[in-house]
Design a protein around this ligand. Structure first.
Ligand SMILES: Nc1ncnc2c1ncn2[C@@H]1O[C@H](COP(=O)(O)OP(=O)(O)O)[C@@H](O)[C@H]1O
Ligand SMILES: [Mg+2]
Length: 289
């Protein structure tokens, strides 16, 4: 099922945070929305899932306009929201946390058990820990549980708020590989909000850059990574540009064939593409917040 967010305005009281945001996600695809802290990514997801009401614009799941529905009805229409900070119930077991994801279908015990088996197949680490309190899981496992809980209701659209936050690169790869698998195996439309630009753009089919409540750019992830303006968008918001390493003679390597095009000789900026965006620890949130 397609997710279409069209010209959405939303905010908190009189504070308008989203100023006309449009984002589309096809079934069987992943769209990544990146942007610095405070860009409005969480607000966008909360508006999609009905936790916040758009003041104008529309959110549609397939052919259905869900803009005015409450969160429960939007979930019933096929949307699962995996919120930031992987909110699991620490004293409940992994199995019970999963069951809560399909609360409205809890009476059909066999369907529930069957779905749980499928979900832990996507996250085998959870299979070994079903009887364990969720609070004893590692951060990565808790994130897997949060995603797994979202999957329990068999959604068509999955929206995730910074699932990589505070996790080690190896765990991030594991979780993102599962998202890619869900895209193909379940045909999910996945909207992935991230500050980890590289990891997100690696698996995304479509990419959006948000800045101060608006979509600044939209396109193919690889094309956006090559765009100087993408880096500019991060300079002001928690990202710094790493200067190019000097060559052995102390002069930065600007030779053709690195990444400089030659045409405009933007050697320095074009050398700061993908791998050179990194969070500035002094300005970004501490891990595990
Ligand atoms: N509950 C809230 N009440 C008032 N303002 C909020 C609230 N949540 C977020 N904001 C403001 O909305 C803006 C966007 O925040 P948010 O959507 O959380 O951004 P992001 O997820 O991209 O970091 C920020 O300026 C933030 O201060
Ligand atoms: Mg956020």
């Amino acid at each position: 099922m397609r997710l279409q967010i069209q010209d959405v305005y939303a905010g908190y009281g009189r504070l308008e945070v989203l100023h006309g945001v449009s984002v589309g996600v096809e079934p069987g695809s992943i769209a990544a929305v990146v942007g610095a802290n405070g860009a409005g990514k969480t607000t966008l997801l909360r508006t999609v899932s009905g936790l916040l009401r758009a003041s104008s614009g529309t959110v549609a799941l397939g052919d259905r306009d869900v803009t005015r529905l409450d969160a429960e009805s939007i979930a019933a229409a096929g949307l699962a929201h995996v919120p930031e900070n992987r909110l699991v119930f620490p004293s409940l077991t992994v199995a019970d946390n999963l069951t809560l994801g399909a609360w409205t279908r809890r009476r059909d015990k066999s369907a529930l058990a069957q779905r749980r088996a499928q979900v832990v197949e996507y996250f085998p680490r959870l299979a070994e820990r079903l009887g364990q309190p969720a609070g004893t899981l590692s951060g990565g496992e808790q994130q897997m549980l949060a995603v797994g809980r979202g999957l329990m209701a068999r959604p068509s659209v999955l929206i995730l708020d910074e699932p990589s936050l505070g996790l080690a690169p190896r765990v991030i790869r594991e979780i993102f590989a599962t998202l890619a698998r869900l895209r193909s195996d379940e045909g999910l439309a996945i909207l992935l909000v991230e500050q980890n630009v590289r990891a997100a753009f690696k698996i995304a089919d479509r990419a959006y850059v948000m800045d101060r409540g608006s979509v600044l750019m939209e396109g193919e992830p690889t094309a956006l990574l090559d765009d100087e303006r993408v880096q500019q968008a991060y300079l002001g918001g928690g990202y710094v540009r790493v200067p190019p390493e000097p060559a052995e003679d102390g002069v930065p390597d600007c030779s053709p064939g690195t990444q400089a095009t030659g045409a405009d000789h933007r050697s320095e900026t074009s050398r700061t593409t993908p791998g050179r965006l990194r969070a500035d620890p002094a300005r970004s949130r501490p891990p595990g917040r």
